[in-house]
Write a protein that binds this ligand. Structure first.
Ligand code: DQA
Length: 144
């Protein structure tokens, strides 16, 4: 049976392509989803790719990933990365490998981005590679 990797995206990532392209690049989220879908096929995996602007929806989707028996989760929680104890608790609760993903490298940016609640529970992270961060993270998930 084909294993599924959930790819969960948080607030404002629906605006990729036009949102601060000097930081996040010019790929849209649809571009990233299309490339990742092809990559997943080549790896013998499926992806379930989603975006929401709402913190609690991300929590619900993490729970759903476990209920669905997902192989792993790639999580770009965007700004909630730096604020959300609820996401930290959810990642701990679901006992699935979660890989933290960022297009930019938050550690080279404002100090408020240096804390990562997601990173306190994630098994790995990929950041600073633009859209390629997702591709590298999917390769890592495939190797788990
Ligand atoms: C981001 C980095 C976060 O600090 C920021 O709030 C985002 C995007 C990234 O992918 O580089 O919205 O997660």
């Amino acid at each position: 049976m084909t294993q599924t990797v959930f790819v969960l995206n948080g607030p404002n990532l629906n605006l990729l392509g036009t949102r601060e392209p000097e930081i996040y690049g010019s790929d849209t989220l649809a571009d990233i989803e299309a490339a990742l879908t092809e990559q997943a096929k080549a790896l013998g995996l499926a992806i379930d790719f989603r975006q929401t602007n709402h913190e609690g929806v991300l929590v619900d989707w993490l729970h759903e990933a476990r209920a669905a028996g997902a192989k792993a989760v790639l999580l770009n929680a965007a700004a909630y990365t730096h604020t959300s104890v609820a996401l930290l608790d959810a990642i701990k609760a679901i006992e699935l490998p979660v890989i933290e993903v960022h297009l930019s490298d938050p550690l080279t940016r404002e100090e408020f981005r240096h804390i990562s609640y997601v990173g306190m529970a994630a098994v790995d992270e990929v950041k600073g590679l633009g859209a390629r961060s997702y591709a590298v993270a999917l390769d890592k998930a495939a190797a788990l």
